[in-house]
Design a protein. Structure first.
Length: 297
C-alpha cells in the first residue's frame, strides 16, 4: 500500500525536481525544451547509441526511489528514425532487484531471474503504412505515447515474483519525455472530469488523467486521434505478453485475463471499460434517471 505522500498519484519529475539535477543524474546529450504542442517542458535525450545518453533517477545507483504505486505511467515519444532504451529497476517482496528493460532495438523477449527485456514496437500516426508487428527504428510520424506498465503483473507473469517497489529509472536515448508518474489508479486518457462523473453515476469506473500529466487536446479533436495509449501487460488474454505495442484492434471491453496471486485472489482490479461502453452506459443513465429501472434478470 503506497504511503500517503504517494496518493492518489506521484508526479515523479515534479517530486524529485528533475530540473535541478540534485536528486537525478544526466549523461550525454540531455536537454530541457519547451514543447509548444504539449504546452510545457519536455526532456530530449539523444545520442549516437541508446546507452550513450540518459536521464537517471535517483542520482546514485545505491539509492532507491521507494515508489510503491502499482502502475508506472511514462509519457514519451521516441525520436523518429531512431532506437531508444528504457531501464526500470524494481524490487520484489523478497528483496530481489529485477531490471525491466524495453527498447525498439530488441528483436525478441528475453528473460533471466533478474532481467526482463521486452521488444517495443513503435506505432505510427498513419497505421496503414506502419510495419505492424515489426521492431526497429521509430517511424517518421511516431506519436506521443502514454505507456502504462502494471509492474506487479509483469513480475507475476514472467517471474512468479511479488512486487514491492520501484527502485530506479534510467531513460536512455533516443526519446522525448514529458513525465513519469506512479499510482494505484488506472487513469483513462481522453476522458474529462465531467465524463468521469457520468461514468461513476452509471457504474462505469473511470479515472481521468490528472491535468498536470495529461496531453493537451485542442477543441474539436479527440485524444485517441492524436496520441497512443498502451497498457502492458495488455487487456485481453489473446494479446502477447512478451512485446510492448499498441493494441490493434482495441481489445473487447472487460475482456481482461486476470492474474491470480498465490492466494488465489485476483491481482488485477476490474478493467476500465472502453470509452464506447462508458458512453452507452452514461446515455442509458441519462435517459432512465431518476426513474427506477427493473433489471432484465
Amino acid at each position: 500500500v503506497p504511503a500517503a505522500w504517494q496518493r492518489p498519484y506521484l508526479n515523479i519529475f515534479k517530486h524529485f525536481r528533475v530540473e535541478e539535477w540534485k536528486r537525478s543524474a544526466k549523461e550525454g546529450d540531455v536537454a530541457a525544451l519547451t514543447d509548444t504542442r504539449l504546452k510545457g517542458t519536455v526532456y530530449r535525450i539523444r545520442g549516437s547509441n541508446p546507452a550513450s545518453s540518459y536521464l537517471q533517477l535517483p542520482r546514485a545507483g545505491t539509492q532507491s526511489l521507494g515508489l510503491t504505486g502499482r502502475y508506472l505511467y511514462l509519457l514519451f515519444r521516441p525520436l523518429p528514425r531512431k532506437h531508444f532504451l528504457v531501464h526500470l529497476d524494481v524490487t520484489t517482496e523478497d528483496n530481489q532487484v529485477v531490471r525491466i528493460s524495453f527498447s525498439n532495438l530488441f528483436k525478441e523477449f528475453k528473460s533471466t531471474a533478474t532481467w526482463l527485456q521486452f521488444p517495443f514496437i513503435c506505432g505510427a500516426a498513419n497505421e496503414g503504412t506502419a510495419r505492424r508487428g515489426a521492431t526497429g527504428a521509430a517511424p517518421a510520424d511516431v506519436r506521443w505515447t502514454c505507456l502504462v506498465l502494471d509492474l506487479p503483473s509483469i513480475l507475476v507473469l514472467h517471474l512468479s515474483r511479488r512486487y514491492s517497489h520501484l527502485r530506479g529509472v534510467k531513460l536512455c536515448s533516443n526519446l522525448l519525455v514529458k513525465n513519469l508518474c506512479t499510482s494505484d489508479l488506472l487513469f483513462e486518457p481522453g476522458v474529462t472530469f465531467s465524463e468521469a462523473r457520468l461514468g461513476e453515476l452509471s457504474g462505469c469506473g473511470v479515472s481521468p488523467m490528472p491535468r498536470e500529466l495529461a496531453f493537451p487536446v485542442p477543441k474539436g479533436e479527440k485524444w485517441h486521434d492524436l496520441y497512443d495509449y498502451i497498457r502492458f501487460p495488455p487487456e485481453g488474454s489473446k494479446l502477447p505478453h512478451d512485446c510492448i505495442q499498441k493494441s490493434l484492434p482495441s481489445p473487447v471491453a472487460g475482456g481482461s485475463a486476470q492474474v491470480l496471486e498465490e492466494t488465489g485472489r485476483p491481482l488485477t482490479q476490474p478493467v476500465t471499460l472502453s470509452r464506447a461502453v462508458c458512453d452507452r452506459l452514461s446515455l442509458v443513465h441519462h435517459k432512465t434517471s431518476p426513474k427506477a429501472v427493473s433489471a432484465p434478470w
